[in-house]
Design a protein around this ligand. Structure first.
Ligand SMILES: [Mn+2]
Length: 242
């Protein structure tokens, strides 16, 4: 049986200490690549492109899609100006990710959004974000844990009856956390599937059950035996690929 091709939407890293300072390089973190291989898929990195026809062509070659982490989402997409504590934005990448998502949803191919990927799913569907943790008035726990990507640092409750609960087979566990932006308002046509102990929404999914977004990093947790069930998120994309 041929394994399904899973596209991992990429980013750009700028060479700082290498041979070509300032050079732009298309990339994804290898954890995403490993997660796809380990769970039976064929990973393809999809470089960020600004040409819609090329983006459409990119999506035609994959049977499942992963939206990876990175840049802050442009607040203009949810009706706000940039506040002082926002990080780096890249509107062209937002457009790229959102077009891939739209096309994937139209085709009904499975999508996993990780961190920024979950945030872009929420914003694409009409939800909003806090531009930085400090803008949330309620008590908010630490969501930028620093190093040790495999270490879970805060709790997570998955809502029973959601696609996420079915996929993970668990509803109460610990996750890692590397985000300074938070989901504020969950999009009206999405389901809030997971919530952190401080009430921050950390999981969203579409009603069709083809799109799952999580604000933590399952690709960093999948090799930790305590959180090996995070592999199920990649199996969701790979086993439903079409
Ligand atoms: Mn978190």
């Amino acid at each position: 049986m041929t394994k399904p091709v899973i596209g991992i939407a990429g980013s750009v890293i700028i060479d700082s200490g290498g041979m070509f300072p300032g050079y732009r390089r298309s990339y994804v973190n290898e954890d995403y690549v490993d997660s796809v291989v380990q769970n039976g898929g064929i990973p393809y990195i999809i470089p960020v492109i600004e040409d819609d026809d090329v983006i459409k062509g990119q999506l035609e070659h994959v049977q499942g899609l992963i939206l990876s982490g990175g840049h802050d989402v442009d607040p203009h997409l949810y009706g706000e100006e940039l506040l002082p504590k926002i990080g780096e934005t890249w509107p062209a990448r937002d457009h790229f990710d959102m077009l891939l998502l739209k096309l994937a949803e139209e085709k009904g191919i499975p999508v996993l959004g990780v961190c920024r990927g979950a945030q872009i799913i929420n914003v694409a569907h009409g939800g909003s974000l806090y531009q930085d943790i400090s803008y949330r008035k309620e008590l908010t726990y630490k969501h930028e844990q620093g190093n040790t990507p495999t270490l879970p640092t805060h709790g997570m409750k998955v809502k029973k009856g959601t696609k996420l609960a079915k996929v993970l087979g668990k509803t109460d566990f610990m996750v890692n956390s590397f985000h300074h932006q938070l989901i504020k308002k969950v999009a009206p046509d999405l389901i809030e599937s997971a919530v952190a102990p401080d009430g921050v929404p950390e999981g969203v999914e579409n009603k069709a059950g083809t799109v799952i977004g999580v604000q933590w990093h399952p690709e960093m947790l999948h090799r930790n035996p305590d959180t090996a069930f995070m592999n199920n998120l990649f199996k969701f994309v790979i086993n439903n690929a079409k």
